[in-house]
Design a protein around this ligand. Structure first.
Ligand SMILES: [Zn+2]
Length: 223
């Protein structure tokens, strides 16, 4: 029997063109495996290089703010200039016939936190908007004052005129303090802090928190 044309074609293709698939597939598979092995090695080398490089890098302050703070000795009292100006303030106001009482000076972070709790989780009125580390008191750069009357009472009366010169004693103290280089919390736009006097020496709380400190010999009195 003579095979027809279609049978011939089938036979030819089956004999002369053996399925190319299995052999090529094996080869491709080997190539892919080789490539992935090479990529893994490259990735390992890259990672190793990165680790070695990273260890040699100086770590920027931004990533490790605690490290720079750790080296700074903690503030434990009033800045010497603030202390000197405070004593001058007491003397000058006394000369004007006003007795003041310094109710607060340096405040530790813990003391500030305790004060912050007052009026919030603790009883009493809110007296500060600053948490530990957020107040100039925590860096020895602020004091609070009150007036002491002739009877010995401690008052926070802004209109009291104890020396009888027709002016508010409180504002007289503020004026003398400003002449000494203090800024007054009563001038603040938001939370007015009338007993508060501070000298920041141009340092922001942010800078102080990062460990920057005004030099102890720096003079604030303008020429
Ligand atoms: Zn204060």
């Amino acid at each position: 029997m003579k095979p027809n044309r279609q049978d011939l074609l089938v036979t030819r293709s089956a004999h002369e063109l053996p399925a190319p698939y299995p052999a090529d597939h094996e080869r491709n598979l080997r190539r892919v495996k080789r490539r992935s092995r090479r990529n893994t090695i490259l990735l390992l080398l890259f990672t190793l290089g990165l680790i070695l490089y990273w260890n040699e890098l100086p770590i920027p302050d931004l990533l490790e703010p605690e490290a720079s703070v750790r080296d700074i000795p903690p503030v434990t009292g009033l800045h010497p200039i603030v202390a000197a100006k405070q004593n001058e303030l007491i003397r000058l106001t006394e000369e004007a016939g006003i007795t003041i009482l310094i109710t607060d000076g340096f405040r530790s972070k813990e003391e500030q936190d305790a004060l912050y709790r007052q009026g919030r989780s603790d009883e009493g009125p809110v007296v500060t908007h600053a948490q530990g580390g957020e107040s100039y008191h925590n860096y020895g750069l602020a004091i609070d004052f009150a007036l002491r009357t002739d009877d010995g009472d401690v008052i926070w009366d802004l209109s009291y005129d104890g020396n009888g010169n027709g002016e508010s004693d409180w504002m007289e103290v503020v004026s003398i303090a400003k002449d000494l280089g203090f800024t007054w919390g009563g001038d603040w736009a938001s939370f007015r802090d009338y007993p508060h006097l501070q000298m920041d020496f141009g340092y922001s709380i942010r800078e102080l928190k990062k460990g920057k400190r005004p030099p102890s010999g720096q003079d604030t009195s303008s020429p």
